[in-house]
Ligand binder design. Structure first.
Ligand code: NAI
Length: 345
């Protein structure tokens, strides 16, 4: 029996993890708290920890997990910017779920865009009050508009296909453009200058932190719509607010926010929100915020649980390799990943 401390557990996580875990002899110990330096000891007696996007696996947390005999950090997310992979190397294996439903995220990005541009959120509230006025609800056609997609991996490419279904022109920027994809790649500056809508689908790295800052916003078209379903840190939220106040940014659709860790995923209604920047953004009529919900479909939850359980099993198999292992060496030497026959250390 493999025992796994499941941090930041939510009601919607449990059914799928119970289903796949019980089939394969894995016992999940569900904990509502997030993993960090203060809570790491809750993993005592467990073989692995299972974490989500706002758990913090710093070098200190890794050292303590190692002391406690925990040998695996299983992320139930694709993004892993919250794990210090360099510190983990040689001590604790790290696995993630590279793709669970890129459709869920790409479709949510489009849902936010349609809601925002066609003022559906405003109309919904109005008609519930029997207010049938159309004043202030004017949108714009997507047909013929230019959408700039930053990051053309699994999610970005599905988002591109969806946009093409609306007859939009698509420009893209990626550090590693996909060959023979028929995607029109341009420089980041050209994308910023020419796009009516910009959607972020690249990971958060040192390089991409605050990719959208005041200098980037300065280059954009007046009235640009910015969508972020990737990671909050890609946008300097202060600069975004300034861009909105200056009427430069026409609308923002945010499923992620840099300081979301202490706010998102919880019911905070009835409480005073301490984050003034988030409060101000939410108060704007042209900003829509969802609480990191882009992944949340039945299909995605099932895929996350199935892949995580398989990741855990393969990591605890003697000499077993796990295709979804993340390691500092693989990140820096492509060679390592290609030659992987067993675990990374
Ligand atoms: P992916 O790895 O398939 O694609 C990422 C793309 O970004 C790759 O093509 C890569 O070359 C590109 N890229 C890397 N560095 C770049 C840079 N500096 N500039 C431009 N492009 C760069 O990842 P996938 O599955 O498409 O996911 C994208 C992001 O979506 C994830 O990193 C994650 O942060 C976020 N995500 C958000 C979810 C949500 O619920 N809101 C759920 C799942 C993922």
């Amino acid at each position: 029996m493999i025992t796994v401390a499941f941090f930041d557990a939510k009601d919607y996580d449990k059914p799928s993890f119970e289903q796949y875990g019980s089939r394969h002899g894995i016992r999940f110990r569900y904990l509502e708290t997030k993993l960090n330096e203060d809570t790491v000891d809750l993993a005592k007696g467990c073989d692995a920890v299972c974490i989500f996007v706002n758990d913090t696996v710093s070098a200190e947390v890794i050292d303590r997990l190692y002391e406690l005999g925990v040998r695996l950090v299983a992320l139930r997310s694709a993004g892993y910017n919250n794990v210090d992979l360099q510190a983990a190397f040689g001590k604790v294996h790290v696995v993630h779920v590279p793709a669970y439903s890129p459709y869920a995220v790409a479709e949510h990005a489009m849902a936010l865009l349609l809601t925002s541009v066609r003022r559906i959120h405003k109309a919904y509230n109005r008609t519930r009050e029997f207010n049938f006025s159309l004043n202030g609800l004017t949108g714009f056609d997507f047909h013929g508009k230019t959408v700039g997609v930053i990051g053309t991996g699994r999610i970005g490419r599905i988002f591109i296909d969806i946009c093409r279904g609306f007859s939009m022109n698509v420009l893209a920027y990626d550090l590693f453009p996909a060959k023979d994809s028929g995607i029109d790649y341009v420089s980041l500056d050209e994308l910023l200058e020419k796009s009516d809508i910009i959607s972020l689908h690249c990971p958060l790295t040192e390089e991409t932190r605050h990719l959208i800052d005041s200098a980037a916003i300065e280059k954009m078209k007046k009235g640009v719509v910015i969508i972020n379903t990737s990671r909050g840190g890609l946008i300097d939220a202060d600069a975004l607010l300034e861009g909105i106040k200056a009427r430069k940014v026409g609308a923002a659709c945010l499923d992620v926010y840099e300081e979301e860790a202490d706010v998102f995923f919880e019911d905070r209604s009835g409480h005073i929100l301490n984050d003034d920047l988030l409060s101000r953004l939410i108060s704007m009529p042209n900003v829509i915020v969802t609480s990191h919900q882009a992944f949340l479909t039945h299909e995605a939850l099932n895929n996350i649980a199935e892949t995580t359980v398989n990741n855990i099993l393969s990591c605890f198999e003697k000499d077993g390799a796990c295709d979804n292992e993340l390691c500092y060496r693989c990140e820096n030497m492509e060679q390592c990943k290609k030659e992987r026959r067993g675990k990374c250390f």
